[in-house]
Design a protein around this ligand. Structure first.
Ligand code: NAD
Length: 255
């Protein structure tokens, strides 16, 4: 199989770093973007930073890439989380989309979260999906802080479902999906893991599940599949990589 090319944001740490390592070890040519320690340094919380990321990636690749992976994210209970997790991810997927048009078996992957199935703020989600960043951030400053992360990820996965089936994506053979991990051991969750109360609650709810805490390398394998030529028919799907947590929480209610 010919070597593939790929761009991944959030490449300096956790899941993004594990994906970058796995893909490079698999012979892929990978451009990593992040705030630091990456081929492209850019802050995806701002419009300027997003444009810079797209410009730099265009400069570094030869006119096309085979896969784009929007992984950068944070879990602070602040509006910045909405600007990176939702608007930064959408800009990555749309700004780099022209490169995929020239790619071979092109694939795009957004990293969502199991948290996207939790309680959210509907208005914040609507502002995101209507691409109204300033009102969204303004509203995010007023909602219950614990709803912010879940809402950013819920909005992202809805965007994926709506846009994956468009003429510009599925219609041109560009397969877009979301991977939604459960709890993964990365710097993003490490503080949370020190919280005994949180751990006790989590261990109870995870009692029947295959794996309590996933490793970034476990997630990387699933991302590689979604970004590869082996993914032939998946379009607009949200894959929960969570040891069974989503099935426990939602049961039959998704039908
Ligand atoms: P991490 O903190 O290890 O990595 C996140 C990366 O995103 C960092 O390198 C960081 O610098 C980068 N980033 C943050 N803000 C940025 C910005 N403004 N511009 C550019 N890059 C920025 O966390 P992780 O756990 O590897 O998270 C990766 C993705 O996986 C995130 O989207 C996160 O929401 C998602 N996720 C994580 C978990 C988990 O349990 N760790 C679960 C579900 C989903």
């Amino acid at each position: 199989m010919a070597s593939r090319s790929c761009v991944i944001t959030g490449a300096a740490s956790g899941i993004g770093a594990a994906v970058l390592e796995l893909l490079r070890a698999s012979g892929w040519k990978v451009i990593g973007a992040d705030l630091h320690n990456a081929d492209v340094i850019a802050d995806l919380s701002s419009l300027e930073g997003r444009h810079r990321m797209v410009e730099r990636v265009f400069e570094q690749c030869a006119g096309s890439v085979d896969a784009v992976i929007a992984c950068a994210g944070l879990s602070d209970q602040s509006p910045r989380t909405v600007s990176v997790n939702y608007f930064g991810a959408i800009h990555t997927l749309t700004g780099l989309h022209p490169l995929l048009a020239g790619g071979i078996q092109p694939r795009a992957v957004a990293i969502g979260s199991l948290a996207g199935t939790f309680a959210i703020d509907r208005r914040l989600e609507e502002e995101c999906l209507n691409d109204r960043e300033i009102p969204a951030l303004d509203h995010a400053g007023r909602v219950s802080p614990q709803l912010i992360y879940a809402t950013s990820k819920s909005a992202l996965t809805k965007w994926v479902r709506r846009n994956a089936i468009s003429a510009a994506r599925a219609g041109r053979g560009i397969l877009l999906n979301a991977l939604a991990p459960g709890f993964v051991d990365t710097p993003l969750t490490r503080e949370r893991l020190k919280d005994e109360q949180f751990n006790e609650k989590r261990n109870k709810s995870m009692a029947n599940l295959v794996s309590g805490i996933l490793k970034p390398a476990d997630v990387a394998k699933a991302v590689r599949f979604l970004a590869s030529e082996d993914n032939v028919g998946l379009v607009g799907q949200v894959i929960y990589l969570d040891g069974g947590a989503e099935a426990v929480n939602r049961g039959d209610s998704v039908w």
